[in-house]
Write a protein that binds this ligand. Structure first.
Ligand code: BGC
Length: 740
């Protein structure tokens, strides 16, 4: 046993003595440990492997990974989960010279064992409380399964529904996105790292990945500095302010430089201006991908660029492992960059308590107790109910009336289970998810006949199931069609150029609608779809996204009126792909369209209106709400002051309902043009029939500021319009004030 080894053993053992944590700050503990580390061991901490194979049958890859773990060449593993497996792999890491524990990470994006609605769907709830609970359950379940760290939340603002990853974020709006980013971080992590039922979060993908050109995944981003700061960065800043433990960088370029090698993004903004203390993990292979980008001529150069630019951990490129020691030894990379990255990573391991107990999260009893806790199903059901958006409801077709005898259930997603889990499934029991058919069956027991016809597949050219479907419709009092995309048409690497309802589904709708029966359409998808015939002719439309394992129950609750829908769109629904990118906070132009006949020499299309099919913030209820008595506490605001507003919201219908009241502003003239509307606050309120509530909002100076290149965030004197409404295109109250 050499001297360093025996000394390190004493030191590492002493880390575990009771009370030690109180005696030494984490910084000191990191310092002491780093003094013992060789350069190779430091580089090891920066290396992250994916490894389902490490627990699988013998293979070359398995041997390779296990050897590296045993030799202290790995700091973190992704895709190893479960108490048994994480314990086994951790025990191998503890055979390394310094016994530094591994971090186990995983994409726990919308639930672990219990599957919650996809993030875009949950964002449609505009309900921060349920969003937090969803993240807490995901954290509790995955933490009980040995996981320390999730690669969520994705906080990329996305204005292009062709991009498959819109399903993973909070939609198109920066303010809503920032609120949700913060909520999800606090849900996953809790107030302080280290609790055994919470995990580290990761704000991804830094930065501007949502602006990938043409909605194609992994594509370049070419946006202005002002757009970067105003539209894309605030959700990341909100996550950082909420204490997010880690960031992940992104596959795209910004200003021609891949984000992974972009020192402006990672060093100047994140670690500089924002003084961020957590660590940055690369995206999968994004260090080595700087070569095909044409930015780094080989892996050696890619490693140099990445570490200098502030990428701390290398996910699956093996660039640091293979190149970093040489780069330091030949003077290309100063050791201080490696030290800084190692320090950030070790700090998190200490904060989690892994040095005190490397198996802290891998506890069999807790795992058995936590998994399948029925109360999580109730939370998942509430989240699913709140995520549903009622897009259309002519003649109060919904809720379905009481005296029905026969309902025809038609469409390729009536029995969908796996599809409702969406694209990120890590541990779900997809066979036990609840389909719409099963949800309705429970509601109606034997009293109502449910007939079923598939009609067509999701993406089929076939129409030979149409006659059976039409027949079922003819014999029914009402038809419920369940249509949409399959789970693997959205998500990573699932961009589409055509976002119309796939296959023959709209043709099936037309055939069914021609029977003259009332038709309710339930749509499932991971993105906004285009469905113009349905939008025009369906009696009611329920947008159900992918709602997780309680989807069928939640949809049935909405259809029969046991839950009054309260969701609002977090993203605009275009009429056709040619309108993309389409979003509510656009600029007016010098030739704005003010009436439908404004086409020639106006900023218009000659073949389509400019506005979306369904606007940001839109969503109906089974009750109605009245907005009255807008009051602004001042007509003129001095610089630095806040404006207080209030108004009265009343439930004017016959059932209890929840309304999402939305506050928008328009800065009318400024030294750079401002959007026609910007969301600045919202509130979700539950009211009984006839009940009123006075709602208060506050417009702080930060909410009135905008970003100017070379100046930063600033307010300017001028007139602002205040708008309060039930949707971005349905404003109920307006006022003005002057900012000095
Ligand atoms: C995705 C990340 C994800 C990572 C690990 C990448 O391809 O872009 O969002 O966290 O894989 O699975």
């Amino acid at each position: 046993m050499n001297r360093i080894f025996s000394f390190s053993l004493v030191l590492v053992v002493s880390f575990t003595l009771p009370g030690y944590a109180q005696r030494k700050t984490i910084d000191q503990r990191v310092d002491s440990l780093m003094k013992l580390m060789t350069l190779a061991e430091k580089v090891g901490q920066l290396n992250q492997y994916s490894g389902r194979e490490v627990t699988g049958p013998a293979s070359d890859r398995k041997n390779y990974l296990l050897n590296d773990i045993k030799n202290g060449k790995v700091g973190s593993m992704l895709n190893v989960k479960g108490v048994k497996d994480t314990r086994e792999i951790q025990s191998i890491a503890l055979q390394s010279r310094l016994k530094i524990p591994l971090l186990f990470s995983l994409d726990v994006i919308h639930g672990y064992k219990t599957v919650f609605p996809i993030p875009l769907a949950e964002s449609a709830s505009w309900d921060l409380d349920i969003i937090k609970q969803s993240a807490q359950v995901a954290a509790t379940e995955s933490a009980a399964s040995g996981i320390h760290w999730t690669f969520a939340p994705m906080v990329d603002i996305a204005r292009d529904p062709r991009w498959g990853r819109v399903m993973e974020g909070a939609g198109e709006d920066t303010y809503l996105g920032a609120q949700i980013a913060k909520t999800r971080v606090l849900g996953f992590q809790g107030e302080q790292l280290g609790a055994v039922d919470r995990i580290m979060a990761c704000a991804k993908h830094f930065a501007a990945y949502g602006a990938s050109m043409a909605g194609r995944d992994y594509n370049p981003v070419d946006i202005s500095e002002q757009q970067l700061h105003e539209i894309y960065l605030p959700p990341f800043k909100a996550a950082a302010d909420a204490g997010v433990a880690t960031f992940m960088n992104s596959f795209n370029t910004f200003n021609g430089i891949p984000a992974t090698g972009n020192a402006y993004l990672q060093r100047d903004i994140l670690k500089g201006q924002w003084n961020y203390k957590g660590f940055v993990v690369s995206d999968w292979g994004s260090i080595k991908e700087m070569t095909p980008w044409g930015f780094a001529k080989n892996l050696n150069y890619a490693a140099e660029k990445a570490i200098l630019a502030g990428s701390d951990m290398d996910m699956e490129s093996e660039a640091y492992k293979k190149e970093l020691e040489n780069l330091v030894n030949n003077g290309k990379v100063d050791l201080k960059y490696v030290d800084e990255a190692v320090r950030r990573i070790l700090y998190k391991k200490f904060e989690l308590g892994l040095f005190d107990n490397p198996y802290k999260f891998s506890d069999e009893k807790r795992e058995a107790k936590v998994m399948n806790d029925p109360k999580y199903k109730d939370i998942a059901k509430l989240a699913a109910q709140k995520s549903i958006v009622l897009l259309k409801n002519d003649n109060a077709t919904l809720p379905l009336s009481k005296g029905l005898k026969n309902i025809a259930l038609i469409g390729p997603l009536v029995n969908a289970k796996r599809d409702q889990a969406g694209s990120w499934v890590v541990y779900a029991d997809t066979a036990n998810m609840v389909s719409v058919y099963e949800g309705l069956q429970k509601k109606y027991a034997k009293n109502v006949k449910l007939s079923y016809a598939q009609g067509t597949g999701i993406d089929d050219a076939l129409t030979n199931g149409f006659p059976e479907a039409v027949n079922a419709a003819k014999n029914a009092d009402v038809v419920v069609m369940v249509l949409g995309e399959s789970w693997d048409m959205s998500g990573e690497a699932k961009s589409r150029t055509d976002i119309c309802l796939p296959g023959q589904q709209e043709a099936l709708f037309k055939a069914v609608k021609a029977t003259g029966k009332p038709v309710v359409v339930v749509l499932m998808a991971g993105r906004p779809l285009v469905f113009n015939t349905i939008a025009a002719q369906a009696d009611a439309i329920v947008y159900a996204w992918f709602l997780g394992d309680q989807g069928g129950n939640a949809i049935a609750d909405v259809l029969v009126g046991d839950y009054n829908p309260s969701g609002k769109l977090p993203i605009s629904f275009p009429r056709n792909v040619g309108q993309i990118p389409i979003f509510y906070n656009y600029y007016n132009t010098g030739r704005p369209v003010t009436k439908p006949s404004d086409i020639r020499y106006k900023s218009a299309y000659i073949d389509s209106p400019n506005d979306p099919r369904f606007a940001f913030g839109h969503g109906l209820s089974y009750t109605t709400f009245a907005y009255n008595d807008l009051k602004l506490d001042q007509a003129t605001l001095q610089k630095g002051q806040s404006l207080k507003l209030s108004f009265k919201l009343t439930n004017t219908g016959k059932v209890v309902g929840e309304e999402v009241a939305q506050l928008y502003i328009h800065d009318q003239f400024a030294s750079i043009v401002r959007p026609v509307k910007e969301l600045k606050d919202f509130v979700k309120v539950k009211l009984k029939p006839g009940e009123s509530k006075v709602i208060n909002f506050e417009l702080t100076p930060e909410k009135l500021a905008f970003y100017q290149e070379k100046i930063g965030w600033t307010t300017e004197p001028g007139t602002f319009k205040v708008m309060i409404g039930t949707a971005s295109n349905d404003i109920k109250l307006e006022g003005n004030f002057e900012l000095k």
